[in-house]
Design a protein around this ligand. Structure first.
Ligand SMILES: NC(=O)c1ccc[n+]([C@@H]2O[C@H](COP(=O)([O-])OP(=O)(O)OC[C@H]3O[C@@H](n4cnc5c(N)ncnc54)[C@H](O)[C@@H]3O)[C@@H](O)[C@H]2O)c1
Length: 387
């Protein structure tokens, strides 16, 4: 029996799930699933997604504009893939979990820690599969970097430098609205980074941070930079991190740095550095090993079994791995790499930044954020969500 899946939220990222996850798996012969329904509050988005799927699947998913109606009308639907606005993550996910379905939910787990905790409670009560669709760590680059770090090639880890400064003046819909997004790029993109920190280095113990909003104007007309609207998210955060294993880190995100952009993703050990773009450089060796060489080295040492796990049916797109892992977990109780707890812990690092900033750069422990002891930044968001 194949897994009957429903899709909720048929926007940009669901398009990527379908194009880079479900479709290539199907075309490579993995046909243990069927997408039977597509739901979006915008009917056209759901209908377009259903048409796209019908092209390769051969059967047309039914279209819904209410996920509650879809859950009621599709008793055979055992699993949901949810890709909606951050402010709806917990309501939609909890409803689906409590209806007895398996759920894969896009990152971040939820808009606040309190909302995330409600999801974790529902997952625990129902005992169904729950996956956070965290794709970054599943890329070949990150698999290779992880293998290299864990095998001790740069020695004992010391420091992390993670800086992304760019300039985004164009308006990005709900992502520029605090009550829909929960935070700026430090949260939306940053939760991937937080997950990578945990994956490559380990748990963060505490941090201190500041945040700024330098520029609250974004432009709806991207071509001409006209039609201004007000953004309510922060645009810059700077944080100092201390990991439980003693590693120290600097993490900076800004979307209001005009001119030359700045991007560094680097880890230092006591024997050398690993730059996630440039590759490996060991002390005393002039020539770095490029990321392409590291990837080849990583792929070359994988066993057949490991290769099949990381790259199901030989497909190297991280979204195929994520979807395949979810389907296998639903069908055969296989494990999930990024489950709800992983999602909660990655989210906590981002929220700790906002909490520390809201407290005037006071140090904040991740434990206090996870236990909902510190909620200064999140309180108004929780009130808006009614939780
Ligand atoms: N993993 C990644 O690399 C990645 C990349 C982009 C986005 N995302 C995540 O995916 C999610 C969605 O982002 P997006 O870029 O696709 O946004 P989007 O705005 O393009 O799509 C969201 C869709 O959800 C629909 N929607 C919202 N609430 C709904 C509800 N209650 N019921 C049904 N449909 C609903 C909207 O109409 C819209 O079509 C977010 O959580 C975002 O963080 C992840």
């Amino acid at each position: 029996m194949n897994l009957k899946i429903g899709l909720i939220g048929c926007g940009g990222m669901m398009g990527a799930h379908v194009k880079n996850g479900y479709a290539p798996l199907w075309e490579a012969g993995y046909r243990e699933f069927e997408i039977i329904a597509c739901c979006d509050v915008a009917e056209k988005s759901a209908a377009n997604m259903a048409d796209l799927i019908a092209d390769w699947q051969g059967t047309q998913p039914r279209v819904y504009t209410s996920y509650e109606d879809m859950l009621d009308a599709e008793p055979d639907m055992a699993a949901l893939d949810i890709v909606v606005t951050h402010s709806s993550h917990h309501t939609v996910a909890i409803h689906c979990i409590e209806s007895g379905r398996h759920v894969m939910l896009e990152k971040p787990l939820a808009m606040t820690m309190r909302a995330g905790k409600l999801i974790l409670d529902a997952v625990e009560a129902q005992g169904k599969v729950f996956s956070i669709a965290e794709n970054y760590r599943r890329s070949i680059e990150n698999r290779a970097c992880n293998w290299l770090i864990k095998s001790g090639r740069i020695g004992n880890l010391r420091q992390l430098y993670w800086v992304g400064c760019r300039d985004r003046q164009w308006h990005w819909g709900w992502r520029d609205e605090l009550d829909k997004a929960g935070g700026g790029w430090t949260f939306d993109g940053g939760v991937h980074s937080a997950d990578l920190f945990r994956y490559h280095i380990g748990p963060v113990k505490c941090l201190t941070a500041l945040s700024r909003q330098y520029d609250n104007i974004r432009y709806k007309d991207r071509e001409n930079m006209s039609d201004p609207v007000e953004a309510t998210i922060e645009d810059t955060t700077m944080a100092l991190l201390e990991f439980e294993n003693g590693v120290t880190g600097v993490w900076v995100e800004s979307i209001v740095s005009p001119g030359e952009s700045l991007g560094v993703q680097r880890v230092y050990g006591d024997e050398g550095s690993l730059d996630f773009g440039k590759g490996l450089k060991l002390r005393g060796r002039d020539e770095p090993t490029s990321m392409d060489e590291l990837k080849d080295e990583f792929l070359g040492q994988l066993s057949e079994e490991q290769s099949d796990t990381f790259f199901p049916r030989g497909i190297r797109n991280p979204l195929a791995h994520e979807v395949h892992e979810f389907a296998e977990a639903c069908l055969r109780s296989d494990s999930i790499e990024t489950d709800g707890i992983e999602g909660f812990k990655a989210q906590a690092i981002c929220m700790a930044i906002y909490e520390s900033a809201a407290l005037g750069m006071q140090p904040v422990t991740i434990r206090d954020v996870e236990s909902l002891t510190v909620e200064t930044y999140q309180r108004p968001l929780n009130e808006g969500l009614g939780i």
